[in-house]
Design a protein around this ligand. Structure first.
Ligand code: NAD
Length: 245
C-alpha cells in the first residue's frame, strides 16, 4: 500500500461556512495544509482560529482578487495540489421573475467563480504532475426543480465544466470530479425561502431519513482528494442520502 503524501496544499472556496467549512475540516484531518477563500471575514477568522488555516477574503467572481489570493497561498504554503470550489449563492424565483441581473449574478458567482478558482490554481497542479479538482454542484441540476432556473443552470454549467476538465487534465495526473449534494443542513438551506421551513419534511422523505451534513460532503471530498481516488475522474459523486432534489 502506498502511503498518502502528507501536507499537500489545498484551496477551498466558500471555505468559511457550510459545506466548504466541512471540506476544510476533513482536508485538515487528512493532514493537508488548507487555504479558505470566502467573502465572510468574521467566519474566515473563526475558521482560521479553529482549524489553523490560511484565509483570504475574496469574491470568487473577481478574477484579479482570486489570482492575488492564489499567489498568497503559493508564497505562504507552497504550490497548490487540490482545489475545491464550494463558494456559491442560492436562487429562488419563478422563471418569469428572474431578472437579467439575477441571472448574471448567479452565473458570475457559481459558474464563473468556479472557472476563476480552478483556472487560477491549475498551473500548480500541472507543474506538480498531480492534482485534484473537486467542484460542488447540486443534485437539482441533475434532476431539475421549480423556481430556481438560474441557480440550476449555473450548477449544470459546473457539472459540464468539471467533465470537460476531466478529459483535458487526466493525462497530466489531475482528476476532476463534482459532488452534487441534495439538501445539506447549512446556513444556505436554512435561509432558503423554499426549503428553510420544510427541512424536517425533507429529512423524512430522504431514504436515509436525515438531512445531509457538511461532514458528509467533507468526507467524500477528502476521499476524492486522496491518492486512493486516482482512477476516479469525470464523475458526479452523488452524496444525497438516496434522494435527488
Ligand atoms: P453557505 O451559504 O453555508 O456557504 C457558502 C459560502 O460561499 C459562504 O461562506 C459564502 O460567504 C461564500 N460565498 C458566496 N458568494 C461568494 C463569493 N462571490 N465569493 C466568495 N465566497 C462566496 O452554503 P452551503 O450550503 O455550504 O453551499 C456551498 C455550496 O454547496 C454552494 O455552491 C451551494 O450552491 C452548494 N449546494 C448546497 C446545498 C445545500 O443544501 N446546502 C445543496 C446543493 C448544493
Amino acid at each position: 500500500m502506498s502511503q498518502e503524501a502528507p501536507g499537500r496544499v489545498a484551496v477551498v472556496t466558500g471555505g468559511a461556512s457550510g459545506i466548504g467549512l466541512g471540506v476544510v475540516r476533513h482536508l485538515r484531518a487528512a493532514g493537508h495544509q488548507v487555504a479558505a477563500l470566502d467573502l465572510q471575514d468574521d467566519a474566515l477568522a473563526a475558521a482560521a482560529a479553529d482549524l489553523d488555516v490560511l484565509t483570504a477574503q475574496v469574491d470568487v467572481s473577481d478574477r484579479t482578487a482570486v489570482d492575488a489570493a492564489m499567489d498568497r497561498v503559493r508564497s505562504e504554503l507552497g504550490p497548490i495540489s487540490i482545489i475545491v470550489t464550494s463558494a456559491g449563492i442560492d436562487g429562488n424565483k419563478p422563471f418569469a421573475e428572474i431578472s437579467a441581473d439575477d441571472w448574471e449574478r448567479t452565473l458570475r458567482v457559481n459558474l464563473t467563480g468556479t472557472f476563476n478558482a480552478v483556472q487560477s490554481a491549475v498551473p500548480d497542479l500541472v507543474a506538480g504532475g498531480w492534482g485534484r479538482i473537486i467542484t460542488i454542484s447540486s443534485s437539482s441540476a441533475q434532476q431539475g426543480a421549480g423556481n430556481r432556473a438560474h441557480y440550476i443552470a449555473s450548477k449544470g454549467g459546473v457539472i459540464a465544466l468539471t467533465k470537460a476538465l476531466s478529459y483535458e487534465y487526466a493525462p497530466l495526473g489531475i482528476t476532476a470530479n463534482t459532488i452534487p449534494p441534495s439538501i445539506i443542513d447549512t446556513p444556505m438551506s436554512r435561509d432558503s425561502p423554499e426549503m428553510g421551513a420544510h427541512l424536517d419534511a425533507v429529512a423524512g422523505m430522504t431514504p436515509v431519513r436525515r438531512l445531509g451534513t457538511p461532514d458528509d460532503i467533507g468526507a467524500a471530498a477528502a476521499f476524492l482528494a486522496s491518492d486512493a481516488a486516482g482512477f476516479i475522474t469525470g464523475q458526479q459523486i452523488n452524496v444525497n442520502g438516496g434522494w435527488y432534489m
